[in-house]
Design a protein around this ligand. Structure first.
Ligand code: FAD
Ligand code: NA7
Length: 484
């Protein structure tokens, strides 16, 4: 029989985690193979190498969000001296999609070139385990091949979930949205977390009638004071929320979709027509079809891979990214896991992934960035009497001239009184949240206390400088709104 190609490492999945792991392993001289294969969605969408983040996640999402911010700036640009005919302002969906897709294609190309430069063997093939060392490749042209991996990393990511109702096939997901041929028009978004709210934010600003269907509460796992502020801000922008509501059925009409839904406290069902229905109800790990059951890799009830330091229960098989059982589905987490794992496997560096104090940002119209505990979780963990919460509502300088967003930007710092007011949570709702929180996340990771924060000199005039002057505690009951 033909001898199999042999590799020190086979990585299944060329997304954020897989690319990072394969390149780091190659850096230390390992012979690496990387497989990436994108299955076409039920609505016909497909894309290139790079995984979710690059093709249908963070990258197009942030660019669409930026487009919505441009619109917002245009809304109040007159007060800054810009005169133009606002009545002709219109979202050209095709241009936005076209230009964003062009950028994504350039990234796809860049990844392929990088793999070649680093001597990583790239296979555009769907992989599955034949044994714990042999991977069967199913290529685009229906050819099959088998390769041998001494070590294998599963980095197959996740897939958007569809509601289990009749007509769910009419829903599109984030996998289709950023390459949609025609503008979505009047849109229903089912779900109330990151993806649902971010999508609602940019679609509404593009001028489409937008409704978010929330089965419990928005951003349920996040700080609820801030979740409420986000909802208020989005409502002010004209985004509609159906709270405590679930979808029952979707039927195709001639021009649009008739959606049947039900509020929890009401018996009767209601109907409304939408041109587009987006399912944003979470993601399932892409562990099916890999033959993991056959080779005995342990998974939890949700299909996520159980691990210890990213190693599965099968000694030579590892997993990273969204397929792994952790609290995070974030690109930098997948990248860090991949990089550190490859170092541990192929060099004498032994650093393990640290899952504490991972920062994140929700790119809603008013962005929300945080690191550490929500106020609810801080109270639960340390008890109310042992925490001190400092907070302030501010108006960014840029908003004062056009008189918008007065006291809507919010800063909150949660400290542990038992440990010299060490900061255990920092929250910021306002412009540039990701940029602002990134730096603070580093400081908090190395143990920043409230005293150290307020003895730092600020940068003027910025929103972030207000963290260095926080002095009102929630306990005092003083008004946290800045006046004058
Ligand atoms: P992926 O990037 O999903 O890559 C997995 C790859 O493996 C895919 O290309 C897949 O097609 C391929 N594959 C699957 N099965 C096989 C197989 N059997 N054989 C070969 N290839 C296979 N994170 C952030 O940090 N910030 C954000 O702002 C952010 N925004 C997001 C917005 C949206 C709309 C979405 C959907 C996600 C967002 N995320 C964000 C999450 C982020 O995209 C993921 O956490 C990240 O992509 C996970 O990386 P991964 O390597 O685990 O998997
Ligand atoms: P999340 O963060 O898993 O949240 C899922 C949301 O969808 C949440 O609001 C859920 O409401 C809601 N949900 C879940 N199932 C249903 C059903 N069946 N019907 C209605 N609503 C439902 O998912 P996202 O997609 O926003 O984000 C996933 C990751 O991608 C995230 O970590 C980012 O990194 C990007 P609940 O609160 O449970 O009532």
């Amino acid at each position: 029989p033909k001898k199999l190609k042999e590799f020190d490492l086979v990585v299944i999945g060329g997304g954020s985690g897989g690319l990072a792991a394969s390149q780091e392993a190659a850096k230390f001289g390992a012979k690496v193979a990387l497989l990436d294969f994108v299955e076409t969605t039920p609505h016909g969408s497909n894309w290139g190498i790079g995984g979710t983040c690059v093709n249908v996640g963070c990258i197009p999402k942030k660019l669409f969000h930026f487009s919505s911010q441009i619109k917002e700036l245009m809304d109040f640009s007159e007060s800054y001296g810009w005169n133009f005919d606002k009545s002709s302002l219109k979202m050209d969906w095709k241009t936005l999609v076209g230009n964003v897709q062009d950028h994504i294609h350039s990234l796809n190309w860049g990844y392929k070139t990088k793999l070649r430069d680093k001597n990583i063997s790239y296979f555009n093939a769907l992989g599955k385990f034949k044994t714990n060392h042999i991977i069967e490749l199913n290529k685009r042209n229906y050819e099959k091949e088998e390769i041998y991996g001494d070590k294998i990393i599963i980095a197959t990511g996740g897939k958007p979930r569809y509601p289990s109702i009749s007509g769910s096939k009419f829903c599109i997901t984030s996998d289709d949205l950023f390459s949609l041929k025609k503008p979505p028009g009047k849109t229903l978004i089912i779900g109330a977390s990151y993806i649902a709210l971010e999508t609602a934010g940019f679609l509404k600003s593009f001028g489409y009638d937008t409704t978010v269907m929330v089965r419990s509460q928005i951003l349920r796992k996040f700080d609820q004071q801030i979740a409420n502020l986000i909802q208020k801000n989005m409502e002010k922008k004209g985004i509609k929320f159906m709270i405590n509501t679930t979808v029952k059925n979707i039927e195709k009409q001639k021009e649009n979709y008739e959606v049947t839904f039900c509020e929890h406290d009401l018996k009767h069902q209601k109907l409304e027509n939408f041109e587009t229905v987006i399912s944003a109800i979470g993601r399932d790990p892409r562990t099916f079809g890999l033959n993991l059951e056959k080779i005995g890799v342990s998974m939890n009830k949700k299909g996520k891979i159980i691990h210890e330091n990213e190693q599965t229960n099968i000694k030579n098989i590892y997993a990273i990214g969204d397929v792994l059982e952790t609290d995070y589905e974030l690109t930098p987490v997948a990248i860090m896991q991949g990089k550190l794992l490859a170092q541990r496997l192929f060099s004498n560096l032994k650093t393990k992934m640290d899952y504490s104090l991972i920062p994140t940002t929700v790119f809603t119209p008013l962005e929300y960035g945080f690191v550490g505990l929500s106020e609810e979780d801080a109270i639960k963990k340390y008890k109310q009497e042992n925490i001190e919460v400092y907070h302030s509502f501010i108006t960014p300088l840029e908003f004062t001239v056009p008189h918008v967003g007065e006291n809507e930007t919010y800063l909150k710092v949660i400290c542990n009184k038992l440990e010299n007011e060490k900061i255990i949570g920092i929250h910021y709702l306002g412009p540039n949240a990701g940029e602002i929180i990134q730096g603070f996340a580093v400081a908090i990771k190395i143990g920043l206390t409230k005293n150290q924060l307020t003895s730092s000199v600020g940068i003027h005039p910025t929103c972030a400088e207000n963290f260095t002057t926080l002095d009102i505690t929630k306990r005092s009951g003083e008004n946290p709104k800045k006046t004058g």
